[in-house]
Design a protein around this ligand. Structure first.
Ligand SMILES: Cc1cc2nc3c(=O)[nH]c(=O)nc-3n(C[C@H](O)[C@H](O)[C@H](O)COP(=O)(O)OP(=O)(O)OC[C@H]3O[C@@H](n4cnc5c(N)ncnc54)[C@H](O)[C@@H]3O)c2cc1C
Length: 383
């Protein structure tokens, strides 16, 4: 049986996240968008509200919530501001490798500190020469006297400049391609770790996005996550868990754009009537509502499978690519409905449109998601 209703607990989570967004995020969003500063005080308040490490099991101090619960939070916070929302969401996303593959000691040490001492995390996969082609990464982890020495540069790292712990993917053997990739947890204070250039971004400007450099960083073997060579699988599984959340964030941004555009269309008059009454405008809004609902259902389906331990790789890619393209379309149409006012910063549409673009880029581009869906289709057919 399919059931689309939320439990009373889920409704409470949704309400709490919406109230947090309205009270803490919305009033500050424009200021952080302008300055590009990291919203430290808001993230602190999100810790207090239990919004940062929701999916971490309760025994380590997290919220112990499910994948669908996490989507409800992502949509609500992103409806407030996608940049500030990503400052909050990236922590639990970066924690996924530890949650799913970490040893008991690692979980106690790193997840425990993250939740109880409000430590921040970042996920370091991308490099200047390895974006979509993750298997081409060249950051190395050289074995030395029972430890590892990590060297290389990571780029576009969300939380790069503020994280206390980096989840780093490096290769123990370049000649092995993706089979050499291995995951590590590296504290920011480790000698040889430095933060590089901070990106000056088009949108989601509150999020802190930087290069992170690892220069001969010595990491004990106890801080390797999973086995040697297991890193590629860990990255892919992490994306299967994170992509529905990213899709839900896109839904939040699109919903906000639609709500603003609808309000404006009902108020703004041209040719003697609200512009909403011109069918060309009304139909844009109808398409927005339809596509937002479709995107939400795809995201929920992908999370539903993840919660049941089912392979959700195709559904996660479908949700991610649909919602990434959908939010770009919806925010572009919202700017159109605002006319000239859609192009200026005094009105909400232009920020929403700038914030939307990166949903087609990060966590695997729109093209890579289509590749994944296509491969899954062929695999199912040839099985
Ligand atoms: C704001 C922001 C935050 C980010 N946060 C993080 C983070 O926290 N951690 C992290 O590790 N990374 C992060 N990233 C990096 C992001 O995941 C990469 O930018 C993304 O995977 C694309 O890699 P690339 O930029 O090198 O583009 P490329 O891989 O060089 O792609 C360029 C273009 O070529 C296309 N292309 C490439 N290969 C193919 C193919 N096989 N078939 C069809 N088309 C293809 C792409 O779709 C794209 O259109 C972030 C990026 C941004 C912009």
């Amino acid at each position: 049986m399919v059931d689309f209703s939320l439990t009373p607990e889920q409704e409470a989570i949704q309400r709490m996240a919406r109230e947090f967004a309205e009270k803490e995020i919305v009033p500050a969003a424009a200021q952080y968008d302008r300055s590009g500063e990291y919203p430290r005080e808001i993230v602190k308040k999100a810790f207090k509200a239990g919004l940062v490490y929701g999916p971490v099991p309760e025994k380590y101090g997290g919220g112990g919530i499910g994948a669908l619960d996490q989507l409800l939070i992502a949509e609500e916070l992103s409806a407030g501001c996608a940049g500030i929302s990503s400052c909050i969401a990236i922590n639990s996303l970066a924690a996924i490798p530890l949650i799913n593959y970490g040893s008991e000691a690692q979980k106690e040490k790193y997840l425990g500190a993250a939740c109880r001492e409000e430590k921040l995390m970042a996920l370091c996969v991308t490099e200047p020469g390895a974006g979509s082609d993750v298997a081409a990464l060249t950051t190395t982890a050289r074995r030395l006297n029972g430890e590892y020495v990590i060297s290389g540069s990571k780029s576009f790292i969300t939380n790069g400049g503020v994280a206390d712990y980096y989840i780093v993917f490096a290769t123990v053997d370049l000649s092995k391609g993706h089979r050499g990739i291995t995951a590590f947890v590296v504290p920011r204070e480790a000698e040889g770790v430095s933060v590089g250039k901070k990106e000056d971004k088009m949108g989601q400007r509150a999020a802190n996005t930087t290069d992170v450099i690892f220069d001969e960083v010595v990491v004990p073997a106890a801080d390797r996550i999973g086995e040697e060579g297991e890193g590629f699988r860990i990255i892919m599984q992490t994306f299967n868990h994170s992509r529905p959340g990213v899709a839900a964030s896109a839904v939040g941004v699109a919903r906000s754009a639609m709500e603003h555009a609808l309000q404006y269309a009902l108020e703004r008059e041209q040719f003697g009537m609200p512009i909403f009454m011109h069918q060309a405008v009304m139909f844009m809004l109808a398409d927005m509502a339809r596509d937002i609902a479709a995107g939400r259902l795809l995201a929920w389906q992908a999370a539903w499978k993840a919660e049941r331990g089912l392979d959700n790789s195709k559904e996660a890619a479908m949700a991610k690519v649909f919602c990434g393209d959908m939010v770009m379309r919806v925010t572009t149409d919202a700017a159109q409905i605002f006319g000239g006012y859609g192009y200026v910063k005094d009105y909400p549409a232009e920020k929403l449109m700038r914030d939307a673009k990166v949903f087609q880029i990060y966590e695997g581009t729109a093209q890579i998601q289509r590749l994944l869906i296509g491969r899954a289709l062929a695999k199912e057919k040839l099985k």
